[in-house]
Ligand binder design. Structure first.
Ligand SMILES: Cc1cc2nc3c(=O)[nH]c(=O)nc-3n(C[C@H](O)[C@H](O)[C@H](O)COP(=O)(O)O)c2cc1C
Length: 220
């Protein structure tokens, strides 16, 4: 299938299920409400911040949810396709986010159920390696790290050269998250590392899931 077909039909997308260890629904208190400022002011004001303090997990989760929440989930032939604030090739939205912090359990955002899940770490040394890498890149950031991973199964099945679509999807997520962080007055910075250790730390070995970036979110 070429890259130019926005909604290829005739294939039923695969499941979006990921094999997290002991996932548990958690009810986070999402906060705050966004500042009442014009979109153009948000766009102009946004800047990466590297000296940041800790925000509440609810504030971080709010930015993630606003970025990745599905406003529409298809069924039948459109099963697995979603419409969100952020755009995505074929409306497949392969990019998923995990909130991480040294003293807290990993929290995954499930965009099918619009639910946050706490999950267990499978490989503690890979988890520590992930945190150490992030802390080395941005030593003055004491926020929550957000790992972005992409589930390539659906996009690979529907499109040739699917990797290039996945990378562009990840860029779109990072930009949208940056703008929403600004709107919520949350500090934001992307990291150049991919954070691949987090996949080893949290999921069974697989080539279906790839790391596509890390960002930090915190208090200005
Ligand atoms: C993919 C990507 C990776 C980045 N990696 C880092 C990084 O490792 N460290 C850092 O301080 N900034 C990083 N940045 C932030 C850029 O340096 C920043 O966006 C650029 O200097 C422009 O500044 P602004 O975001 O404040 O407009 C990254 C940005 C992107 C898009």
């Amino acid at each position: 299938m070429s890259h130019t077909d926005p909604e290829p039909t005739g294939y039923k997308p695969l499941s979006n299920h990921l094999d997290w260890l002991e996932p548990r629904d958690i009810d986070l208190v999402l906060e705050p409400v966004p500042l009442d400022q014009p979109f153009t002011a948000v766009v102009r004001a946004r800047r990466s911040k590297r000296d940041i303090a800790t925000a509440s997990v609810g504030q971080v989760a709010q930015v993630l949810r606003e970025t990745l929440k599905a406003d529409f989930v298809g069924n039948g032939e459109k099963q697995g396709r979603r419409l969100k604030a952020v755009l995505s090739a074929g409306a497949l939205h392969p990019v998923k986010a995990i909130i991480l912090r040294r003293d807290q359990q990993p929290i995954v955002y499930d965009d099918d159920a619009d639910q946050f899940l706490s999950v267990q770490v499978r490989d503690a040394s890979a988890y520590t390696a992930f945190l150490r890498t992030c802390e080395k890149v941005l030593p003055n950031a004491d926020g929550h790290w957000v790992a972005l991973i992409a589930d390539c199964r659906n996009v690979r099945r529907l499109y040739s050269n699917h990797e290039s679509l996945v990378w562009r999807d990840a860029g779109a997520v990072i930009q949208m998250m940056a703008l929403l962080a600004e709107a919520y007055e949350i500090a934001f910075c992307p990291l150049g590392v991919l954070g691949g250790e987090i996949i080893d730390a949290l999921l069974p070995e697989t080539s279906d899931i790839i790391p596509v970036g890390v960002i930090v979110l915190g208090r200005k």
